[in-house]
Design a protein around this ligand. Structure first.
Ligand SMILES: [Fe+2]
Length: 331
């Protein structure tokens, strides 16, 4: 949409001497030279790709093979059989790998529900996943996509941020899927934060946002049902930037599916800020793209990444099963 010409100066110029912040330029951007417009070349040149937390040293893994899928995020593990209980040492080393690579992939894991649950239980209590009005047990949730059930996960998001304590992680397995389609992308939300201009990072300090499970349900779910779900799962407030409880990394914690608005900010300006942050999260340098094969498993740290399920296979069938591990209160 082009910015309407008005007789008033852009809001940003009314705020005194401080230089305009990138998201404030969104509406007035058209008047600027291309090099100064948001989303153009603000990030010309290499981005900072810091994989490890401050003070963390890069040590080899001794109990399995880990093949990085890029310099920053995502690694494929071989030499671990998820059918078997994990020894304490393997569990510890996998945990270190999860913190260091944010999402781990395993192939050819023909596991039962019990084995799927047992693997996830190595990381804590399980979480109920379905948004139901009656409540359901925590366990293995099956997701079937086909001509009758289209997937809506093809937007960048963090799962369950509409809850006070979003899940710590997920273990997702593909049972059946299309060949060379239906990939999942994961993005490192700490890298996205690291690369924000310092002026922006300062502005985000202490900012909070409302997350609403029903925020983007509108077009797909009848209004009455949305209202009932909203009553059962009322909106929650999370920091715009969260601190990873184990690595101490600061990560951008707003997402395009569940984040409704920024608290304590005039709605339109808050929306421009969110749009800006969503855009910043999408740099390919922060991403890994995983091509699924039947029996493959992805185990991601939901406190560290965002993800996007590419829906380029509809109406072909795709069946996955997922277990959620309970999380803590973001701060
Ligand atoms: Fe998701």
């Amino acid at each position: 949409m082009t910015a309407p010409m008005t007789e008033s100066p852009p809001a940003v110029e009314q705020e005194g001497a401080a230089p305009p912040l990138p998201w404030d330029l969104a509406e007035s951007g058209a008047a600027l030279p291309p090099s100064a417009r948001p989303g153009r070349s603000l990030h010309g040149g290499p981005r900072l790709l810091r994989r490890l937390a401050e003070g963390q040293e890069d040590r080899p893994y001794e109990l399995f093979r880990l093949r990085p899928l890029g310099p920053l995020i995502g690694a494929e593990i071989t030499g671990v059989d998820l059918e078997e209980p994990l020894s304490a040492r393997v569990r510890e080393e996998l945990h270190r790998a999860l913190l260091e690579w944010k999402v781990l992939f395993f192939r050819d894991q023909w596991i039962s529900h019990d084995q799927h649950l047992a693997f996830a239980l190595n990381w804590g209590e399980l979480e109920q996943q379905r948004v139901t009005l009656t409540g359901a047990d925590a366990g293995v949730a099956r997701y079937v996509k086909d001509a009758a059930h289209a997937g809506f996960e093809n937007a960048w998001h963090v799962d369950m941020t509409g809850r006070p304590r979003p899940a710590m992680g997920f273990v997702l397995r593909l049972l059946k899927g299309p060949r060379a389609a239906g990939d999942t992308l994961f993005a490192d939300a700490a890298a996205a934060y690291d690369n924000l201009p310092e002026t922006v990072r300062e502005q985000l300090d202490g900012l909070r946002a409302v997350h609403d499970l029903t925020a983007t349900m509108g077009p797909f779910v009848p209004a009455e049902q949305v209202a009932r779900i909203r009553e059962r799962f009322p909106p929650v407030v999370h920091p715009v930037v969260r601190t990873h409880p184990e690595t101490g990394r600061r990560t951008l914690f707003v997402n395009s599916v569940f984040t409704d608005r920024v608290v304590d900010m005039e709605p339109e300006r808050g929306e421009r800020l969110l749009q800006y942050l969503f855009r910043e999260l999408q740099a390919p340098e922060y991403q890994v793209r995983f091509s699924w094969t039947a029996g493959a498993v992805a185990f991601w740290d939901n406190r560290a990444v965002q993800h996007y399920a590419v829906n380029d296979y509809f109406p072909a069938p795709r069946v996955t099963e997922r277990v959620a591990i309970a999380g803590d209160l973001p701060y």
